[in-house]
Ligand binder design. Structure first.
Ligand code: ADP
Length: 389
């Protein structure tokens, strides 16, 4: 029914170019936002409350005007296209099911209203979507007779019957209890893979973003911080904000300076290899850094480790097979995540270390990840653009 291609451009690629949204003349909710969402891609937009996630989704849906910039779906600029003509289906946190209608009526209502599909076709679509969502036995019930999970399935089923070119989902699982939420994540992922429909999914939950999507978009203060696969944003965070936001428990940070290949902070010293130190020196003009180490990259030091941090184990928290250890050295608190049994008790003095390869280093003033910055020597002078740097 919906052609895959239109003028050589895939129908459901969604493109945002320099998109800006200002509310009430002075609230900049989204700024300078560029993103291309590929056809069939599952992309998650994640960030703290107020970072502009819903505004982006609502602009793609056409529920909010764009202040400046362009939004395109396929090869069509849609800035002025009303929501009902954008061929997009939304799933919200509160399900927005009509209480007086049965599940079947809720699922078929949009198509009956906005399409000229014959009744048999609509019935067939509703049946298929209900089977896909595992609610085929609930079709005659009213929403109030369903559990939260079943209501969520009905709302998703209603989006599926429309066979849209994209799904836009705004925190669709946040009203469900923790166990059901984890289960529904897997279900939504499976359905998205089966249908291969472009999906933009908004959440404040980094774990949800990291487990569900092909790529993660991280926002702060209306600005794009990084877009990448879950692995990329975890292993190569563009800046300190991303490093701290992604991963649980969050990354440890230590303020340090570099002195003769040694990172020196008030509670930590760490001797770098000459190669690592040189990489930092060629990428930064400042000597004020933040060292970042993930709790899972901290390890107990043995007698061969000369780069060690002595610390007191203040709190030991078993979480499933893991132990989260809360440590203190001087004024600095940090966390360590250890798999399996440990011999240490709260109050013990322990020694920990980490691999240089797992260390992240951020410019303290800008927050940029220095190891991802091009070396100044990599920059090609503007008058010799054909030369190799
Ligand atoms: P998020 O979804 O990440 O929580 P929003 O997109 O809802 O963030 O909001 C981004 C910013 O825009 C916030 O500062 C919020 O207060 C503001 N905002 C959102 N909607 C409106 C509105 N209708 N009128 C005025 N300000 C708004």
């Amino acid at each position: 029914m919906y052609p895959d291609y239109c003028g050589g451009v895939e129908m459901s690629e969604i493109r945002l170019d320099s998109v800006k949204k200002v509310y009430d003349d002075d609230i900049v909710a989204v700024d300078a936002f560029d993103l291309v969402i590929d056809d069939g891609e599952f992309i998650t937009v994640v960030g703290p409350s107020g970072s502009g996630k819903s505004t982006i989704l609502r602009m793609i849906a056409g529920l909010e005007d764009v202040t400046s910039g362009t939004i395109s779906i396929g090869d069509q600029r849609v800035n002025d296209v009303p929501p009902q003509d954008r061929d997009i289906a939304m799933v919200f946190q509160n399900y927005a099911l009509y209480p007086h209608m049965s599940v079947e009526q809720n699922m078929s209502y949009g198509l009956k209203l906005n399409s000229d599909l014959p009744d048999e076709e609509i019935e067939m679509r509703v049946r298929e979507a209900a089977e896909m969502m595992g609610i085929e036995d609930q079709l005659r019930k009213k929403p109030s007779e369903l559990s939260g999970g079943q209501q969520q399935r009905a709302a998703t089923g209603r989006a599926i019957v429309r066979d849209p070119s994209a799904f836009l989902m705004d925190e669709p699982l946040s009203n469900l209890d923790a166990k059901l939420r984890v289960h529904m994540r897997t279900e939504l992922q499976r359905i998205q893979e089966d249908l291969n429909t472009t999906t933009v999914y908004v959440t404040h939950d980094q774990e949800e973003a990291m487990t569900m999507s092909d790529r993660v978009v991280i926002l702060d203060g209306g600005k794009l911080q990084q877009v990448g696969t879950p692995k990329e944003v975890f292993s190569e965070p563009a800046n300190k904000f991303v490093a701290e936001f992604i991963g649980s428990p969050s990354m440890n940070f230590f303020d340090v300076r570099l002195e003769n290949s040694i990172l020196v902070g008030s509670d930590v010293t760490y001797t770098l290899s000459a190669a690592y130190a040189e990489r930092i020196e060629t990428r930064s003009t400042s000597n004020e850094f933040t060292l970042g180490i993930r709790p899972e990259h901290m390890a107990f030091a043995d007698e061969n480790d000369f780069n060690e941090i002595g610390a007191v184990l203040e709190v030991r928290e078993p979480v499933g097979d893991d132990n989260y250890l809360y440590l203190r050295r001087g004024d600095t608190e940090f966390k360590m995540r250890v798999l399996g049994q440990i011999d240490h008790a709260e109050g013990d003095e322990i020694r920990v270390t980490f691999d240089e390869a797992d260390a992240h280093l951020f410019d303290r003033a800008t927050g940029q990840n220095l190891l991802l910055q091009p070396k100044s020597a990599d920059t090609v002078p503007s008058d010799t653009t054909t030369q190799e740097a």
